[in-house]
Design a protein around this ligand. Structure first.
Ligand code: SAM
Ligand code: GLN
Length: 282
């Protein structure tokens, strides 16, 4: 049997084709944890120990997929978000750490919310985390993608929470199915098409276009439609939370102000980028 260090090194070499040194090492450790069941501390403390059991065909698969820039979360089929495990794969966006900050914001400000809707739920990351952290709330999760809805349902069940998963189109009249909501939250597609060229291969070649892109000349298309629907679906004083494109903060504030939303607040994420907005229905 190989040692942990030998497998880590193979993974790192494979990842080096697509990632810088630090990232490649971190991905290698992540991959070996998943392959062997060892935790990171064990790997760092005693890397020259022989691995007792590992499936060498799996080692080869993971190595090949890292060299092809497939996201590590798809390779191992799972990721962590808000301290919970989420199954992910092609067809569903890998939840991002900045989105955890959006969840935290909702939890901090709406500890007694009873009715919450997450629009464009993807893996269910936001909806399932909110259902877990706010156990008194009824949480619904909407997406247009069947693959996403399937992941969201499975992730709710696996994390032991009830989420009402519904298919719906955020760009049409989605609000007729909801009323008297306390909170609407959404991380809709917001990446301008023109950013595609500069995106990392692991996102561009593997993650769903449907989850990512909007036309350059209509960056707010989802936000307008979601805000308009939320005017009907929220109760008076109910809150709307968005994750936003860092370059669209001003346009967003203008759009929400024009439509009569109050109590508008913009927040930065841990990378110091304008990333989230909250506003309330008057
Ligand atoms: N909420 C998840 C998260 O934060 O990780 C996924 C967010 S992803 C940026 C956007 C989601 O919106 C995708 O799951 C995509 O399928 C969904 N979506 C795209 N177009 C939609 C539409 N017209 N109506 C509803 N959902 C849509
Ligand atoms: N933050 C994601 C990215 O940069 C995009 C998420 C979104 O479009 N809402 O890949």
């Amino acid at each position: 049997m190989p040692t942990y260090a030998e497998i880590i090194n193979r993974m790192k070499c494979a990842a080096t084709a697509n990632y810088d040194e630090r990232e490649a090492r971190s991905l290698a450790l992540w991959a070996v944890e998943a392959l062997t069941g060892a935790d990171r501390v064990q790997l760092l403390v005693d890397p020259h120990r022989e691995v007792e059991h590992v499936d060498m065909e799996e080692v080869e698969r993971v190595e090949r997929e890292l060299s092809e820039a497939r996201p590590i979360q798809y390779i191992i089929g799972t990721t962590e978000f808000c301290g919970l495990q989420f199954a992910v794969g092609e067809g569903v966006l890998v939840p991002r750490p900045e989105t955890e900050e959006l969840v935290r914001w909702v939890v901090d400000e709406c500890p007694t919310a009873r009715r919450i809707l997450d629009i464009g739920t993807g893996s269910g990351a936001i909806a399932v985390s909110l259902a877990k952290l706010l156990p008194q709330a009824e949480v619904a999760a909407m997406d247009i993608s069947e693959v996403a809805l399937d992941y969201a349902s499975r992730n709710a069940a696996a994390n032991g929470v009830k989420v009402r998963v519904v298919q719906g189109d955020a760009l049409s009249d989605w609000a007729s199915a909801f009323e008297e909501l306390d909170v609407v939250v959404s991380n809709p597609p917001y990446v301008p098409e023109s950013d595609r060229a500069t995106m990392h291969r692991n996102v561009r070649d593997y993650e769903p276009e449907l989850a990512l892109f909007v036309p350059d000349d209509d960056l707010l298309r989802f936000y307008r439609s979601i805000a308009d629907g939320a005017t009907r679906a929220l109760r008076t004083g109910g809150a709307l939370y968005f994750e936003i494109y860092e370059g669209a903060a001003e346009q967003m504030i203008e759009m929400l102000t024009e439509r009569g939303w109050t109590d508008i607040e913009l927040r930065r994420d841990f990378n110091d980028k304008n990333r989230m907005i909250r506003c309330r229905k008057r």
